[in-house]
Design a protein around this ligand. Structure first.
Ligand code: SAH
Length: 244
């Protein structure tokens, strides 16, 4: 729930958006709009819902525990990110939140926290918290789509059920110093970033044996996992995504 362009508040809602559509507010949303942002009846905000693009909506009713908005006109069409899943091993709480935020800003279609051999168990993930970060990031960056954030799953289990037509950019710290190069394959992709401890030898061997996994270097230095996340998304978006 963030202000955009220093003027209009942007808000993600679950409700359908369309001409003349009224949108009821949850208690939390009403508190944010009327308590925190001090908006009132007649004010106009932007709404997104991951399906119908961005809409201007006016405040029809403002209350302490709820309210009603009325959709006026569409201000932007739905813009879906490329078909890119973003897999990463959770690290410390604030850095995990940072990674989710960056994945949304950079354009990922799905965010998937994975537990790897060297993922520390203290790095608990709360799916609802991470999803809330994804919503905030989309509101803030002008996006019209909020990627779903999955529950934490074991990397081995995720890869066992992997769709064969989806390529994986496996960011392998052992390739440090090699040229940064992605195969020019179009279609569904995923990025995989390891934890602070890197990938285990067993994981590396397993990944290297998968036909859809492509080990990729991210340059001559070892990056922290959160930096590697942004770097990998940049490389992928520039080579195969919607930056071109
Ligand atoms: N502790 C490990 C580094 C882990 S960095 C070591 O010392 O080798 C965390 C993750 O970021 C890695 O698992 C990898 O996915 C990614 N990463 C960081 N730097 C990278 C690089 N130069 N090339 C490819 N991947 C990199």
């Amino acid at each position: 729930m963030v202000r955009f362009m220093a003027s209009k508040v942007r808000l993600y809602v679950e409700h359908p958006l369309g001409e003349g559509q009224s949108v009821p507010l949850t208690r939390e949303q009403a508190h944010y709009l009327f308590g925190v942002m001090r908006l009132g009846e007649g004010d106009v905000i932007s709404l997104i819902n991951s399906r119908d693009g961005e809409w201007d909506a006016s405040v029809e009713k403002a209350g302490k525990k709820g309210g009603i908005l009325l959709c006026q006109a569409q201000t932007a069409p739905l813009q879906l990110p490329p078909d890119l899943w973003f897999l990463f091993a959770p690290i410390r709480k604030e850095r995990t939140a940072f990674i989710v935020e960056k994945a949304v800003e950079m354009g990922a279609a799905k965010v998937m926290p994975v537990q790897t051999d060297f993922t520390q168990s203290v790095n608990r993930v709360r799916q609802d918290k991470l999803q809330a970060h994804a919503v905030e990031a989309a509101e803030q960056c002008g996006g019209t789509f909020v990627p779903p954030v999955d529950d934490l799953a074991k990397l081995s289990a995720v890869l066992k059920d992997w769709p064969a037509d989806r390529q994986v950019m496996f960011c392998d710290e052992l390739l440090i110093g090699d040229p940064v190069a992605l195969p020019d394959l179009r279609g569904p992709w995923a990025i995989l970033i390891g934890p602070e401890g890197g990938f285990s030898p067993a994981e590396r061997e397993m990944l290297r044996g998968l036909p859809f996994a492509h080990p990729v270097s991210l340059g001559p230095r070892i990056l922290r996992a959160d930096t590697a996340a942004v770097a990998a998304l940049t490389v992928w978006q520039q080579a195969l995504g919607d930056w071109t």
